[in-house]
Ligand binder design. Structure first.
Ligand SMILES: *Cc1c(COP(=O)(O)O)cnc(C)c1O
Length: 376
């Protein structure tokens, strides 16, 4: 485990109420009989898995989705008794462990089920969701015949509870609907093979539920929206304003006047064209604040300050409009005065998506909740 920086001012501040608001607002848009499962894989997209589990549950989420079995076990360990679905493929050797903890697994082939049936105890039942590959090309059944065979195997085998069937869309966050519609059609044709529908039929990630709600089925896998981020970046507008849940804050650790002609950081890539005020901030790429962000900006006192010179592993430098003293608050993501920096802003500059930014913040950054951090 990476050492957590508790004696350093850099920290992620997570707004529980923003998370609850996003989940509540999404649930209000759903049909009465539909459920929202909170997708909290990868440490809740960097926000803290058990905290996000708690906040989303308070807001009405009735289940959780994770990517790997360990994340599901972590939730059970923390005392959550809601349904938990592992979205990725779990090695079949862990089928019994999943059944022991009442964790639902995703299955994409009949062989897996046959092997699992040998491992699960006689009085046990493993809950499974069959994944359909309608065009994501990642996991799941590609042929309707193979799917039908697996479904009837499940119906006739007491060791399994056929709890769900689902697919995942590759382009739900795009304006062009052609590929999306192709996947919907394939899904419908898969579903015609079922004699009996399982408890959960689900197809929607955040983007699908925001922009194609008619497809939703009776459960949605709501992920990035929990955290107040737009899955499309800026391509599409959500039907309501998502509230960003995560801010990244720090303080100036060193402050100085840099004389004209002096340079900053590795490679001396930045040279002051005049006398300038430079602030150092104790955060760097080892915290997940990427090196590619040289030339981007932070907020100090409601003003954008450019990151000058290379971002180091643990520190970076910014040009300030005046000599702000050590201890001055710095916002790397979030709001300051009338200005804001979103995870999408950071992602666009870094050439990636907002998801990768929040997932990329490392353990060295403490996560604090609802401004419980004591301000100086
Ligand atoms: C991660 C994931 C989701 C959640 O996606 P968001 O875009 O964050 O809403 C839903 N379904 C599957 C299968 C996933 O892997």
């Amino acid at each position: 485990m990476m050492v957590v920086g508790l004696h350093r001012s850099s920290r992620l501040v997570i707004d529980a109420e923003a998370i609850r608001y996003n989940v509540r607002t999404e649930i209000e848009r759903l049909d009465q009989q539909s459920e929202l499962f909170a997708v909290i894989k990868a440490n809740g997209y960097g926000h803290g898995i058990t905290k996000v589990a708690q906040f989303t549950k308070e807001a009405g989420a009735t289940g959780f989705c994770v990517a790997i079995l360990d994340e599901a076990l972590e939730l059970r360990e923390a005392g959550f008794e809601e349904p938990i679905l592992v979205l990725g493929i779990t090695e079949v050797k862990w089928a019994k462990l999943a059944a022991d903890h009442d964790i639902s697994l995703t299955v994409g082939d009949l062989e897996w089920l046959k092997t699992a049936s040998q491992l699960i105890g006689d009085k046990q039942q493993l809950k499974v969701h069959l994944a359909l590959d309608t065009g994501m090309g990642r996991i799941g059944f590609q042929s309707e015949e193979a799917f039908q065979e697996a479904a009837s195997y499940l119906e006739n085998t007491a060791k399994f509870n056929f709890e769900g069937v689902f697919t995942h869309f590759a382009t739900a966050d795009e304006k062009d609907k052609k590929y999306f519609d192709l996947q919907v059609n394939r899904f419908h044709s898969f579903m015609k093979r079922l004699v009996k529908r399982p408890k959960y039929v689900h197809v929607s990630n955040t983007a699908t539920s925001l922009w194609h709600a008619a497809c939703n089925g009776n459960m949605i896998r709501f992920g990035v929206g929990i955290y107040g981020m737009n899955p499309s970046g800026r391509a599409l507008n959500p039907p309501y304003d998502l509230k960003p849940a995560m801010s990244l804050e720090s303080e100036i650790s060193f402050s100085k006047l840099l004389k004209k002609g002096r340079s900053v950081s590795y490679g001396a890539t930045y040279t002051a064209s005049e006398d300038q005020y430079i602030g150092t901030i104790p955060i760097g790429y080892a915290d997940g604040y990427e090196r590619r962000l040289q030339g981007f900006h932070v907020l100090i006192d409601g003003q954008f300050c450019e990151i000058v010179g290379r971002v180091c592993m643990d520190q970076l430098m910014v040009r300030m409009p005046k000599l702000y003293p050590v201890g001055t608050k710095v916002i790397l993501a979030g709001r300051s005065g009338n200005q804001a920096i979103s995870m999408t802003d950071i992602a666009e500059y870094a050439g990636t998506i907002n998801y990768e930014i929040t997932c990329g913040f490392t353990e060295r950054l403490p996560r604090t909740y609802n401004h419980e951090y004591i301000e100086k």
